[in-house]
Ligand binder design. Structure first.
Ligand code: NAP
Ligand code: ZN
Length: 347
């Protein structure tokens, strides 16, 4: 069985360390990718620490993968050796249910196969992108357009698509007031993308510490949610709110910031329930929604949109030896705005 070097968590509490994982042989429809960069998403931390349920260890996370194709299976038509490619949060789905056929593989009725910690359709447990290489079915590999460097493109595979998809679905654009809650990995991409779509963008952050950055990323306004006057001043303002916060929030207070028919889309995935006061919805025919990443077709569309608008992630590139330190900084909201692992340091 071919192998890869990887950084993996040995348990829910142990530090990630260098280890060797198995990769399957390249099958007829598989693409072998030499990984160059892998982003660190807050979901990696939720998963390895068991926030969302028990895991099988060792577990190598990483679902913001950018690299180069080094081998293709005999029946592969979508990619060739030398292509610059990306892999996001899923590596397979049933491909035949209503949602898969609609290009929404993330909502596969049989469950999509996550890039790590999932049982693949051949029965093996998937391992993620904090590793030297990966073998992925060609349908779940996207092309990274020229003009987007691989390091700044890696975070687009999750942070980019997870914010692009709801912004697109709920019609962010000229004349629309969009608020982004939380200026981290997802939040900063939401600001860039909503601005590029032509919306009027407001950041709602815990403090004003990152205000200068937020305005430079394309926000028109910036407020601190620790200041109670923010909620009085902005009542009934927004058409769309994208909540990217990784912890539980008082959702009803944020719903009050929506205008008539406005929608608050939760992309943040805290382990705890998010209780909602019915009157916060009833009072202005508001909606409380959720959204998961995006389909493969839409992921390619997002990458093309980002290339066209010159949008990459704001990143801090780190060697693999700094992964555990980076996790602590993400947990302390001390990230500007995505840690990206230089995979050449994994060996
Ligand atoms: P991140 O980089 O850590 O950003 C989260 C931001 O939320 C922080 O930078 C901080 O922004 C704010 N925040 C953190 N703790 C907070 C608290 N206790 N109260 C208020 N605000 C707080 O994380 P990320 O990688 O963007 O991921 C965000 C969430 O989205 C995670 O739960 C992740 O699992 C989830 N996610 C979901 C999907 C999906 O498909 N739906 C995909 C990817 C990730 P400020 O400092 O500006 O307040
Ligand atoms: Zn992610």
């Amino acid at each position: 069985m071919p192998t890869a070097n990887a950084y993996a968590a040995p348990s829910a509490t142990g530090d990630l360390t260098l280890t060797t994982i198995e990769r399957r042989e390249v099958g007829p429809h598989d693409v072998h990718i030499d990984i160059k960069f892998a982003g660190i998403c807050h979901s990696d931390i939720h998963t390895v620490r068991g926030d969302w349920g028990p895991q099988q260890y060792p577990l190598a996370p990483g679902h913001e993968i950018a690299g180069i194709v080094t081998e293709v299976g005999s029946d592969v038509t979508k990619h060739k050796v030398g292509d610059r490619v990306g892999v996001g949060c899923m590596v397979n789905s049933c491909k035949e249910c209503k949602n898969c056929l609609a290009g929404e593989e993330q909502y596969c009725l049989k469950g999509n196969v996550g890039t790590y910690g999932s049982v693949d359709r051949d029965g093996t447990i998937t391992q993620g992108g904090y590793s030297s290489n990966v073998v992925v079915n060609e349908d779940f590999v996207v092309n990274i357009p020229e003009g987007l460097d691989l390091d700044v493109a890696a975070p687009l595979l999750c942070a980019g698509i997870t914010t692009y998809s709801p912004l697109h679905h709920w019609g962010a654009g000229p004349g629309k007031k969009v608020a982004v809650v939380g200026l981290g990995g997802l939040g900063h991409m939401a600001v860039k993308i909503a601005h590029a779509m032509g919306a009027e963008v407001t950041v709602l952050s815990q403090s004003l510490k990152k205000m200068e950055d937020g305005l430079a990323l394309g926000a028109d306004h910036y407020y601190a949610t620790s200041d109670p006057s923010t909620f009085e001043e902005l009542g009934g303002t927004f058409d769309l709110i994208i909540n990217t916060v990784s912890a539980s929030l008082d959702i009803s207070a944020y719903l009050q910031l929506l205008s008539l028919d406005g929608t608050l889309v939760n992309v943040g995935a805290p382990p705890e329930p998010l209780p909602v006061n019915a009157f916060a919805l009833i009072g202005a025919r508001r909606s409380f929604a959720g959204s998961a990443i995006g389909g493969i077709r839409e992921t390619q569309e997002m990458l093309n949109f980002c290339a066209e608008h010159g949008l990459g992630a704001e990143i801090e590139v780190i060697p693999a030896s700094k992964i555990n330190e980076a996790y602590e900084r993400v947990l302390a909201s001390d990230v500007r705005y995505r840690f990206v692992i230089d995979v050449s340091t994994i060996g």
